[in-house]
Ligand binder design. Structure first.
Ligand code: GDD
Ligand code: MN
Length: 372
């Protein structure tokens, strides 16, 4: 009878799949286990490689997600897709010591603990193979912030290697956010029942093949994750990000508007027709610049999980975003110009236009530009 599922999120890990299965096979002698690779349609053909192995070894399963990215959400979906009573999550690159799995299994099934996890920072662990003192340090800082915000006190709450009973997770799975990389932290902060956690010191070794996917976005995703936990239920994270980007876009907009008005040499009292023309030109140039700025930032940050990549998709996305924004922009320019005409000052008028356009842009672009 199936006892343990090991969930392995993968992104560009083709060369590591067979090695991982061999390692699990050696480490999990005597246990009935399955490995679930959750791949986000990796360009290097990871999913095909996993399917090739799965055809020969029924203990290996594959979930391939299309158009989605994210370690945490991949882990959640993998954990929800197994019938095994106990589930583990670990990296598929060999950095996590699979020999801990049987010890973790004992801890979780023995009745004394609900969660077992491997810590890179507990007494007796090592992170030398990171060869990246800056990242070890950043991890330490992140951990102490995480402790303060969530109240979860572990030496390594950001660890990606842990095990728990499926039922523990399922009770509150609908409340997990699946944002970023802090899935263990999320589980511990979300599950209502107090969880008894067993910590295993681990030597975090070097990757077998390929490179880390976390370097560029890890800090950002971590901050987003904390926000999500803290305020996410009041102001949804995606909307907050879109709004923040929009706020920066508004600064870009106002800066460009100011530059254009200076260029035309107007003071900001637009009572004469030619000056109004300068305002319209300024608003148009400013809105176009801000729109492009917003598109780029939203694509990188707000919709990083659905990021458009490559020249074609980005160009098409920009066009769709532009089309979406065109109506918003017309309303923006129309409303702000009308307000200026009835005597409202330039900046309040411009800001009113921006707010109107932002709401419209969010509603439509999340559906048509980054939607399915
Ligand atoms: N499905 C999916 N989607 N898998 C992903 C994604 C993604 O977007 N990004 C990364 N992965 C997979 C990788 O293929 C790998 O198996 C595992 O998740 C960890 O990714 P790495 O890129 O190897 O992360 P790392 O070694 O730099 O980061 C380590 O520290 C993090 C916290 O500081 C890992 O131990 C993480 O698990 C941990 O959260
Ligand atoms: Mn790794």
């Amino acid at each position: 009878m199936l006892q343990l599922a090991v969930i392995l999120p993968t992104y560009n890990e083709r060369k590591n799949i067979a090695l991982m299965v061999n390692r699990l096979d050696a480490a999990l002698q005597g246990l009935a286990w399955e490995a679930v690779f959750v791949d986000d349609n990796s360009p290097d053909g990871t999913a095909d490689e996993a399917r090739r192995i799965a055809r020969e070894d029924p203990r290996v399963r594959v979930i391939e997600r299309i158009g989605r990215r994210g370690l945490a959400s991949a882990a959640i979906e993998g954990m929800c897709a197994t019938a095994a009573p106990v589930v583990a999550v670990m990296d598929a690159d060999g950095q996590h010591d699979e020999k801990l799995l049987p010890l973790m299994y004992e801890a979780v099934t023995g009745g004394e603990y609900d969660v077992a996890y491997a810590s890179r920072f507990a007494e007796g662990s090592s992170t030398e193979a990171w060869g990246r003192p800056d990242r070890v340090k950043a991890s330490g800082v992140a951990n102490s912030i995480a402790r303060k915000v969530t109240g979860v006190d572990l030496s390594d709450p950001m660890s990606g290697f842990f095990m728990l009973k499926g039922e523990t997770l399922r009770a509150d799975a609908h409340r997990l956010s699946g944002v970023g990389f802090k899935i263990l932290l999320d589980i511990l902060a979300t599950v209502d029942a107090p969880l008894r956690v067993k910590e295993f010191p681990m030597n975090f070794s070097a990757r077998m093949e390929g490179e880390s996917k976390l370097d560029r976005t890890v800090v950002f995703e971590f901050l987003v994750g904390l926000y999500d936990k803290w305020l996410g239920r009041i102001i949804p994270t995606r909307f907050a990000l879109f709004g923040t980007v929009g706020g920066l876009g508004a600064l870009v907009h106002l800066t460009v508007l100011t530059l254009v008005l200076r260029l035309f040499g107007t003071d900001l009292q637009l009572s004469h027709y030619p000056k109004e023309a300068a305002f319209i030109v300024g608003q148009t140039v400013a809105a176009l610049t801000a729109m492009t700025f917003n598109f780029v930032l939203n694509n990188e940050l707000t919709y990083s999980d659905k990021r458009l990549r490559g020249l074609g998709p980005i160009a098409r996305g920009w066009l769709k975003f532009a089309a979406t924004c065109a109506f918003g922009m017309l309303a923006n320019i129309g409303v702000s110009t009308a307000l200026v005409r009835v005597g409202v000052h330039t900046y309040p008028a411009a800001i009113a236009g921006i707010i109107l356009a932002s709401v419209w842009n969010f509603a439509l672009s999340s559906k048509f530009v980054w939607g399915k």
